[in-house]
Design a protein around this ligand. Structure first.
Ligand code: SF4
Ligand code: SF4
Length: 185
């Protein structure tokens, strides 16, 4: 049995919220024609980053896939060869997929990545009219080639030796140094 307060006061209190809101200025954003910038650390679509010579940072270790609570990442690693090098190390990610039907954009995968190959951009428009297009393949996730980068496979291009390469003690091409745009970590 409802008390007198619940019968009389609670409906009035509920409408009080409505009345207060009626006199506030309305805010309407004309999305998608007007897009508001996100917070700088917003977790959006992922990006697979490159070294400044264009080689891929992903080494195909699958740590991101194991860290993912939604089982949204699928990775298959493969070995680089002298003739066909995609990353500076022994291994690279031959197959890399993120299923955006599953992904909850939590960012645990980018925390797990040991090479900072995987970061997240601020891109949030991840909707489509079919399921297949929401499974992003490696070519959809790879960072674009900036000036001075070459499309892999190719040998390591920078520095005198591997130590120079990994320490960044090389002469990067203008505009090529670092491409971790929208890094949400
Ligand atoms: S952001 Fe979270 S849910 Fe999405 S792929 Fe990474 S770990 Fe999985
Ligand atoms: S993105 Fe990072 S964690 Fe995932 S497979 Fe590549 S190197 Fe490993």
């Amino acid at each position: 049995m409802a008390t007198l307060k619940e019968q009389l006061w609670d409906p009035i209190a509920g409408f009080g919220v409505t009345f207060r809101t009626m006199f506030k200025k309305t805010v309407t954003y004309q999305y998608p024609f007007e897009k508001r910038p996100t917070a700088p650390r917003f977790h959006g679509r992922h990006q697979l980053n490159r070294w400044p010579d264009g080689l891929e940072k992903c080494i195909g270790c699958e740590l991101c896939a194991w860290a993912c609570p939604a089982d949204a990442i699928y990775v298959e690693g493969a070995s680089n060869t002298a003739d066909e090098r995609f990353s500076p190390g022994e291994r690279y990610g031959r197959v890399y997929q993120i299923n955006y039907l599953r992904c909850i954009l939590c960012g645990l995968c980018i925390e797990a990545c040991p090479t900072r190959a995987l970061t997240m951009t601020n891109e949030y428009e991840l909707a489509d009219d079919n399921r297949a297009d929401l499974i992003y393949e490696k070519q959809d996730l790879l960072a674009p080639l900036l000036p001075g980068m070459e499309q892999p496979p190719h040998p390591m291009l920078l520095g005198d030796d591997e130590t120079d390469y990994y320490r960044g003690a090389f002469k990067a091409q203008p505009g090529a140094a670092g491409n971790e745009s929208g890094d949400a970590r």
